[in-house]
Design a protein around this ligand. Structure first.
Ligand SMILES: [Zn+2]
Length: 503
């Protein structure tokens, strides 16, 4: 973005990433450079986006930003699942929510898509280049089913169409991404309702005949039904990125069966391995325990922001949360605790203050320099280290460490421990550009007011009113404090809550 063109060119060809398919760290060599195609499985829009999703999309946001920074022409596709994602009892997640709320399924889809977009915006996640939806690609899904039927990789049974894994396994190996063996899977498989039409219990649905009371269904020659969940991603990645593209990503929980099924569908339809590199983000834990609704330790993004959850001591600003997430590698587990989050607030504040100071510093004019060559080398080395850390499988944690090392030099300049005459203008400019570009453009950490402002204020005020209404005074106090941190004073009036920016 801002670095010299020759420097950008030098960076290309050094990036290495962990490929889940080969289980190795590999040199990134796109199929058609400078173009890069990246597909990431998006959310199923039937409820509030959970924090695990936020982490996944922040991780791929970093990957998208860094690839673009390196000079690649990235086409980033992230889908919206609006049909076909079934519960264990066979009911569609969106249909169920629509039935319970007496709404049109598309009202549910719209509401949670809008909510998802605002959460992404709050965390400064850039939108993808294409955001296709499953319902918007029904024709293409039917087409792929026909191709799979004509090639003998699918069969019809009682109005449904299933993928034929027995036939597939004669040519390819199902489960190679997750490393699962088909015999073990057969032993573990459960027979679910309406699945007895299958030849093999592991065969998965491409088209499912709908029960009479099922709301979301479409007419095809097979039946009034709906597409299987795995199909949409194969169809939409092929449509927008071609039969072979560079990166396919998603959360670790999608590796099996979703991603193994996607590979099977694509190989069956085109005889081509869809993605060259598969990347997976790891899961979230809270105080070392898996985050789950049943354990009562799963908090939603807005709860983490407002502090409105029993596990949380206080709320945290979206940029501090983003900073917190980037302090672990995307492929490692991310553990939430009040201590770790508070540590991140300190780190984020330090970084934000440093950047603010840096923006104000201009290299002064000198008659003569008395340069310190060792110091100049040191500064240049730290700038190089920022690139190397990102080139090493997008190691954001290490990058942040190097940025802090650069900040120390900035602070020394500011406090006059280092004289401007010690370093030349070029070195100062490189230090400034590296710090600003890596912090704001690549890591996406910007001053909170520039990103949020009103959005954040609304979340905090809504929670404040709710806490007051439910007479949860501990939360009222903690939210009042959070609002003060954002420079806002709340005023309790008789029937409402007023607010004002502090002078
Ligand atoms: Zn998917």
């Amino acid at each position: 973005m801002h670095l010299a063109k020759n420097l950008l060119t030098a960076m290309i060809g050094k990036l290495r990433l962990t490929n889940s398919l080969t289980r190795k760290k590999e040199l990134f060599e796109p199929i058609n450079p400078p173009e890069v195609g990246m597909y990431v499985c998006g959310p199923t829009v039937y409820s509030d986006v959970h924090l695990g999703n936020v982490r996944t999309f922040i991780s791929f946001d970093i990957i998208n930003r860094y690839l673009k920074f390196l000079g690649y022409k990235v086409r980033y596709v992230r889908n919206i699942t609006d049909v076909g994602h079934l519960l264990d009892n066979g009911e569609d997640k969106i249909s169920k929510k629509a039935r319970l709320n007496k709404l049109e399924p598309m009202e549910i889809v719209q509401k949670y898509t809008n909510d998802f977009h605002s959460v992404m915006k709050i965390f400064n996640v850039l939108p993808p280049d294409i955001e296709p939806s499953a319902i918007g690609h029904l024709f293409e899904q039917v087409e792929m089913i026909e191709t799979l039927l004509s090639k003998g990789f699918a069969y019809q049974a009682n109005g449904s169409v299933y993928f034929d894994l027995t036939r597939y396994n004669k040519l390819y190996a199902y489960g190679k991404l997750s490393g699962r063996k088909i015999e073990d899977l057969i032993n573990q498989s459960r027979t679910l309702e309406g699945q007895d039409d299958k030849k093999n219990p592991l065969d998965f649905a491409l088209w499912k005949k709908a029960a009479p009371n099922h709301i979301m269904k479409w007419k095809t020659k097979w039946s009034d039904g709906f597409p299987g969940w795995h199909l949409e991603c194969s169809v939409m990645s092929t449509k927008y990125l071609g039969t072979q593209f560079d990166i396919h990503g998603g959360g670790l929980d999608l590796k099996f069966p979703h991603h193994d099924c996607e590979i099977a569908q694509c190989l069956g339809a085109s005889d081509k391995e869809p993605a060259k590199y598969w990347m997976h983000t790891n899961m979230l834990t809270v105080n070392g325990q898996k985050m789950s609704k049943s354990l009562g330790n799963a908090f939603l993004p807005w709860q983490l922001i407002s502090g409105n959850h029993g596990m949380l001591d206080r709320g945290y600003s979206p940029m501090a949360i983003r900073f917190f997430m980037l302090q672990s590698h995307y492929a490692s587990n991310l553990d939430f605790s009040n201590e770790a989050l508070n540590g991140s607030v300190k780190g984020y504040t330090k970084l934000a203050n440093g950047i603010r100071i840096l923006k104000e510093i201009i290299y002064p004019k000198h008659d003569s320099l008395n340069v310190n060559a060792a110091l100049i080398n040191q500064i240049n080395k730290i700038c190089d280290d920022c690139h190397s850390a990102m080139d090493d499988d997008f190691n954001t944690a290490l990058t942040i460490g190097h940025l802090f090392n650069l900040l120390k030099k900035v602070n020394s300049l500011y406090s006059k421990q280092i004289a401007f005459t010690d370093i030349n203008k070029a070195t100062f400019n490189r230090m400034k550009t590296t710090l600003l570009t890596f912090t704001e453009e690549i890591l996406g950490i910007k001053p909170e007011k520039e990103i949020n402002g009103h959005n954040l204020l609304n979340i905090l005020l809504e929670n404040y009113v709710e806490a007051k209404e439910s007479k949860n005074y501990k939360k009222v106090d903690s939210l009042r404090q959070r609002l003060a941190e954002e420079g806002i004073t709340v005023k309790d009036m008789k029937d409402s809550v007023g607010w004002a920016y502090n002078e």
